[in-house]
Design a binder for this molecule. Structure first.
Ligand SMILES: Cc1cc2nc3c(=O)[nH]c(=O)nc-3n(C[C@H](O)[C@H](O)[C@H](O)COP(=O)(O)O)c2cc1C
Length: 216
């Protein structure tokens, strides 16, 4: 059982990173599971350039991203995983630009323009998304469904876990951010965020085929 986690979060020890790590820990808690996490912000790469090489009938090119950069090995590992965990904060009502560029390169070689619009990926890793945001969680229901729909169709069966009203800074008094109630956000971070991480852990464990620890 091979688990691969891809983080589209710039901050390596805040909300999204913590939640994604919890999902990975959950998956790795299943006996026999091994895995690793990659941070997209550590890599140098671009989104799809629309060269259409991956649509060529030439078997050496078909369904492969022709671009060569730091993302090339990441795409290979993502396709070969049994469980693929993806994490992103919401930036301007979408995933981060880095995550979006990664998805373009992951998704486009995975779908054909043939009539059945079938996936080209023989292996169908299970996918677990983690999203974090400041807005109330239901603000982006359509986004989660659309992304889960796409990864479900092109990659494999998909679930997601979210954390909302997240704590963005340690000390709100240092920032121009009066629309946030610091006390509320901090309390939520102390009380709700650990539960959100637990939900992500459970998701990772479930996707890796583990039983719920609560029922054991
Ligand atoms: C550039 C930028 C854009 C953001 N846009 C949104 C947004 O559209 N909706 C939202 O709910 N939160 C938005 N946020 C807040 C983050 O999604 C939220 O704080 C998230 O938990 C940050 O994740 P992190 O702690 O892992 O960095 C934005 C934050 C930044 C820095």
């Amino acid at each position: 059982m091979n688990v691969y986690a891809v983080s589209g979060a710039a901050n390596k020890s805040r909300n999204t990173a913590e939640m994604l790590k919890s999902a990975l820990e959950g998956a790795l808690s299943v006996p026999g599971a091994t895995g690793e996490l990659v941070n997209l912000y550590d890599l140098s790469f671009r989104g799809c350039v629309g060269c259409h090489s991956c649509k060529l009938l030439d078997k050496d090119k078909f369904a492969k991203c022709a671009m060569r950069d730091d993302l090339s090995p990441v795409l290979e590992k993502a396709k070969e995983a049994d469980v693929l965990l993806l994490g992103s904060p919401i930036y301007f009502s979408n995933v981060t630009g880095e995550m979006r560029s990664f998805l373009e390169r992951l998704f486009f070689p995975g779908l054909t323009y043939n009539k059945d619009r079938g996936t080209t990926y023989a292996k169908r890793p299970k996918v677990g998304w983690v999203f974090t945001m400041n807005a109330p969680g239901e603000f982006y229901n359509e986004l989660y469904s659309s992304l889960a729909g796409m990864s479900g169709r092109i990659i494999g069966e998909t679930e997601y876990a979210i954390a909302f009203n997240t704590q963005q800074f340690d000390d709100y008094s240092q920032y121009a951010a009066t629309s946030f109630d610091e006390e509320y956000v901090k309390k939520r971070h102390e009380e709700q965020f650990p539960l959100d991480c637990k939900a992500a852990y459970d998701m990772g464990r479930r996707l890796a085929g583990g039983e719920s620890e609560d029922e054991q």
